[in-house]
Design a protein around this ligand. Structure first.
Ligand SMILES: O=C(O)c1ccccc1N[C@@H]1O[C@H](COP(=O)(O)O)[C@@H](O)[C@H]1O
Length: 211
């Protein structure tokens, strides 16, 4: 059965809904430009109420080590790098913190998928996300999807997950088209950027469980 990460959590209510409805991963965004940005001290309070079976993913955009160290001290146990981190930087982060590291790969065309192979031996998982439009304020969390058919026949160099514009209505088709076993959502379970909705979280996780 596919599993899911609910990303961009900032409140007890939304975190509790994700846990209660079976999320395998919860995500906290450490990026000041994001409407979902969370301070590591606040994240620590949310992580403290998250059971061990649920992975706590920190989402970062070209972070320095000081921020990574604060987030790991807060309880983040998986690092998602969503900026322009090179394979060398990804490998260094993985070695320094001895935690699983995900690398986002932005996809618009089939050629974009080629970037994933560069992270073999550096990242633990590739997170395919839609490529943001030129000049976008954020590299992710925009509720945009890419053509999932691009993943058909793609030889994945690493374990992988799917993100970008998913919601309760579309996630079943996403699983069918791509064969994804881990689905990552942020905007699709929100009322407005940064404002999570517990009913949308429940509906998304129910759709994943049915897929
Ligand atoms: O959510 C954010 O604000 C964010 C900021 C910077 C980098 C990544 C971010 N979110 C990630 O984007 C994808 C897709 O999100 P969406 O469902 O399309 O809104 C997801 O992996 C989030 O972790």
């Amino acid at each position: 059965m596919p599993t899911a990460k609910i990303c961009g959590l900032t409140t007890e209510a939304s975190l509790d809904a994700a846990i209660a409805h079976g999320a395998s991963h919860v995500g906290f965004v450490f990026f000041p430009r994001s409407p979902r940005d969370i301070d590591p001290d606040r994240a620590a309070a949310l992580i403290a109420r998250t059971p061990p079976r649920v992975a706590k993913v920190g989402v970062f955009v070209d972070p320095d080590d000081a921020l990574l160290t604060r987030a790991v001290a807060a309880g983040v146990d998986t690092i998602q790098l969503h900026g322009s981190e090179t394979p060398e930087r990804v490998a260094a982060v993985r070695a320094r913190y001895a935690l699983p590291v995900w690398r986002a790969v932005a996809v618009r065309t089939r050629e974009d998928l080629g970037a994933a192979a560069k992270y073999r031996g550096a990242a633990d998982l590739i997170l395919y996300d839609a490529k943001p439009p030129r000049g976008a304020d954020l590299p992710g969390g925009l509720g945009l999807r890419f053509d999932w058919r691009l993943l058909q026949g793609h030889v994945h160099p690493l374990p992988w997950a799917l993100s970008g514009g998913l919601d309760a209505a579309s996630v079943g088709e996403a699983v069918q088209v791509t064969g994804a076993t881990l689905l990552d959502v942020s905007s699709g379970v929100e009322l407005s950027p940064g404002v999570k909705d517990v009913d949308k979280i429940a509906a998304f996780l129910q759709s994943v469980a049915r897929s």
